[in-house]
Design a protein around this ligand. Sequence first.
Ligand SMILES: C[S@@+](CC[C@H](N)C(=O)[O-])C[C@H]1O[C@@H](n2cnc3c(N)ncnc32)[C@H](O)[C@@H]1O
Length: 250
Amino acid sequence: MNKQRWNPERYREDAGFVPVLGQPAVELLDPQPGERILDLGCGDGALTGDLIARGAEVVAIDASPEMVAAARARGFDARLADGQVLAFAGEFDAVFSNAALHWMTAPDAVLTGVRRALRPGGRFVGEFGGAGNVQAVIDAMTATFTNHPEFGVLRLPWYFPTPEAYRKRLMAGGFRVVTLGLHPRPTPLPGDLAAWLAIFADAITSHLDTEQKRCFTEETTAHAATKLHDVKAGWQVDYVRLRFAAVLCD
Ligand SMILES: C[S@@+](CC[C@H](N)C(=O)[O-])C[C@H]1O[C@@H](n2cnc3c(N)ncnc32)[C@H](O)[C@@H]1O
């Protein structure tokens, strides 16, 4: 697992758009009353709650103790686990995931665990960052790191596959792909890019000291502003989502 740490309060305040904009994935899942569903990378449980509200019985897992605690505080069955080493066997009608699979950089290990966790005919439905996701932010971070050799090598903690690559993986993993596509989704931020970086670039800056982090944020924000900031509209990040539904082959 990577070094990314999560702060549920900050996430709710400055990244509440993540579960809100994950609704198309929930619609694609179309959870039914009584279905047993695994929410993979549940975060603070915002969407877990939506699945439960539709009558599903949900087990939620996440690798962040803080996020698991926040989901438990909502009264959900949330468990601390790495999605890359799932230990469930044949017990779910569906596995659902929003905005989490790109943090799991061993995708085949995820698929192996998802396949094992599902009942025959079970479905795997989700949405995560696809090829080109937050590219303007990545370009800005690259410029900052290039300016500062003392920051070391920029290591991105994300897996943003092309649709073709992920389709191949799903098929090789024993799934029939029902639908799969890229969805460019420019996303207005409730705050500024500094708040976004504080939440999502933690793993990238965890080795920097306080002054270096301040410098990283300032310079990255300045680089990104030309593409992502508008005086009237504020910040808009170039999200590109990969949304898919697949069914376990017999
Ligand atoms: C952007 S949040 C999305 C949370 C939630 N699904 C939502 O829609 O709000 C990404 C989540 O993926 C979790 N995550 C990252 N790597 C993981 C892994 N290897 N196993 C399980 N969860 C992981 C993080 O801890 C974080 O809570």
